[in-house]
Each structure stands twice: as C-alpha cells, then as structure tokens.
Design a protein around this ligand. Sequence first.
Ligand code: CTP
Length: 455
Amino acid sequence: MTEQGVRLQDRRIALGITGSIAAYKAVDLLRLLQAEGADVRVLMTASATEFIGTLTLETLSRHPVDSDVLALQADGRIGHISTAHDVEAIVVAPATAHWLGAMANGLASDSITAACLATSVPVIVAPAMDGGMYAHPATQANVARLREFGYHLVEPEFGPLASGMVGQGRLASLDRIVDATVRALGGAPAAVAGAPTGAVSQSGAPGNSASAGSSRTDLAGRHVVVTAGGTAEPIDPVRFVGNRSSGKMGIAIAEEALDRGAAVTLILGNHTVEPPAGAHVAHAETAAEMEAALRALTPPSGPRFDVLVMTAAVADFRPHSPSAKKVSRSSGMTLEMVATPDLLAATAERVRTSIGASGARRPVLVGFAAETGSLERAEEKLRSKGVDLLVANDVTEPGSGFGTDTNKVTIYSSDGSSEELPLMAKREVAEFLLDRVAVRLAAIVGESAALAETN
Ligand code: CTP
C-alpha cells in the first residue's frame, strides 16, 4: 500500500498458483493484493494444491478456488473461461518451469494456462525455481516467448534456494509482484465485469492491454538493468577509495524504465537518493561485486536482460592489498593501486560471445562517460566499449556535475550520429535516452522476426 492510498481499489485479479515450494508465499501475496483494494480469486494447478490447501485460499479470497480445468461453476459456467472474462489482470506467482513451458506452447491442461489463453487482460508472471532450471536455455526460451506475448515478467531474485543452493530462482519479493501488477494495470479505469475479451489491445499484442492506460508502455515486458552510484574500494575495514557519484542519473533511468512498463534490476553502489520501490535492487559495493552481478546476468546461454545502462561510476583503481585491520595513523600510509577491469567492455564482449553461440536476441547496451573539459574522447569510448549508445557529459560544466538534479549530455550512437541535449532534469535525460533505447529495441525485435522468417 502506498502513502497515497490503495492502488488496486476494486480491481478484479486472478492469482494463479503453480506447484513450487514458493506457493506458500502466494498466501501473503493474496493478502497484499487485497490490502491494495483488489478482489482476488485464485486458480491453482493440481500440484500447487499439494503445497497449500484450497481451504486456506478460499477462506481468505472469499471465492471458490479453481483447480480443475474441467470443472464447471455452480451456475454451470466454465470456470477458467468466466475468470478470463471477468478479471482485469492475471498474476501467476509462483510460476514453475513446467508451467512456463506449458504456457509458452499454449498447452491448456490446467485452469491457469486455460484462463491466460482465453483472456486479453495483462498477465504478470513471477517464476520461481532452482537457479540451474531457470538458467537452462529451454526455460529462458519459454520466458522470452512469454515476453513476446506481452506478458509482464517479474524476474526471480538471487539468493538461497529451497535446495540449500544459491542462485537466481527465488520468487521476486511480493512488493515487486504487486508493483508490477499496479503498473500492468496502468492506472486504467476498472473495466466492466463480464465485458467480452479477445479484443486486441492498442499495442496489437493480445494480453498487453497495459498499454491502454498509460501514455508510454514501450518497455513493457522488457528487462532493463541499470548500474548506478559509485563503487567503494576498501583500504581497510574502515576506509575506502570512492568517488562523488550520487546515483541520481541511474536511479532516474530506473524510475523512467519502470514507468514505461519494464522490469528493472538496479545494481547499486554508493548512492545518496532512494532507489524506486518497484526495482529489484542488487547492492554492489566494490567493482568486483558489480562485476559478479553483471557476470550472473550474462551467462553463456545469453544475456538475461534486454537493455543494460551502465551509469555507475566504477572505480578505475583499487588498493592492491586492503588491510584486514584498521591501519593506525601513526604507521602512515602509502597506497599501491591496481587498475580494475573495464566492466562494461567485458560485459559487452560476453554478450557478443553468448548471443553468437546461443542465438539469443541481442540487448541494447548503453554506457556513460563523465569527462572534464571536452567530450572528444566519447566516440572512442563508444567504440572501445562496444556499446550502442554512449551518454557523455562534462562534469565541469555548471549543472552537470556529480550530485546535481540536472545534466547536460550528448548522446553518441554506434550509427555515427550524435545529439547534444540542453541542460535538463535528470529524469528528462532519462526519458530522452529511453526513447532512443526503445527505437533500437524495436529495430532488434524486427531484425529477429525477419531472421526467423528467412530460416
Ligand atoms: N566503466 C566500467 N568499468 C570501469 C570503469 C568504467 O564498466 N572500470 C564504465 C562506466 O560505468 C561507464 C563507462 O565505462 O559506463 C565509461 O566510464 P569512464 O570512467 O568515462 O571511462 P573509462 O573507461 O574509465 O576511461 P577513463 O578513465 O580513461 O576516462
């Protein structure tokens, strides 16, 4: 619930629960959706009922649970069809690897896939499973297919899993799932219950009617990763070598991407402003931690994002041998520094190699460059880092320095063009930049569709 009040007042939402151990969290998700004002009815796969009882969900939702695709309602209507027509959004959480596969292929052997096939309302999907299962190319292909349907994917999080292992597979935090649902509904007025479905939404994609309510949803169903803030390289347990980055530019981009319907992962170093509630935040204090987070998102099976915007001020040097104990002032200090790797260039290289091998769709890569005195090195940085766009600013210009709310940037593009923007609010810079990114994304989707047709 927000301070402004509930965000899903009188919204009719179906919650689809599939057979993952994370099913127990769906009870809390139901309560959170209700706390936002939603009227929630529950659909379950047969295996989900092994994890939690229908009685719990019927009692809390005050609706019968539909766990049998063949069942008729008391009034004789077909359960999943009436749900498909009556609700305004379907939230599938947790979604197992099996369910993603069934949905990607339109196999309607449970009430949830059947309702999703029969509806044209937004579908929000929050997968949960073992990290290896999630990383498998089969699962990733199914996730990509669901994105093509216009479904809103809420990426699972990194962390300890039910197996005792650690990986990306934990059900996203319930707040993120609720936020994604709010965004998918786009603030559009509640539709009339029982209105016929099957209509094609404004964007032309069935199931993506989130577009209807908000002026810009050109990043709906996309995963945008933003690095922001500055890294802090330890000298000893107390002191570090850092920089003046506030994280404001990256956080503005994360906010803008969320508003445009994207799922956002924010890899965040030191920062002075709060990250947006809807983003999945991975804290990375040092260049090495940021590198590990980026590596996890760029496995050999292909990048796990559609857009990477690297605004972080990564330290170029770190102390060679940080002391395990606080260095006393009396002993003096001379620091030997070593260069850190270029994370953006290395990530771009891994992306190129992995898409070459896996055939995954290429993402849009954006770098930032804080220069002093002139932007003459920007074009060379664009090339050497292998990015699509490079946003350069001169931090010595008034209003363009660290910690300001404004920025004056020039956007260099790999097609050789450049755009010098006037001094504007960081949020406006974010809007301009994501306009450019959305155009590139659309071109990439067009390229892959043309390629698929010729194959
Ligand atoms: N960057 C990076 N890894 C580093 C340093 C920078 O990924 N070790 C990224 C930044 O996040 C930014 C881009 O590279 O997106 C440009 O950063 P910048 O500091 O301007 O470039 P450098 O490569 O560090 O070049 P120089 O220090 O010579 O200006």
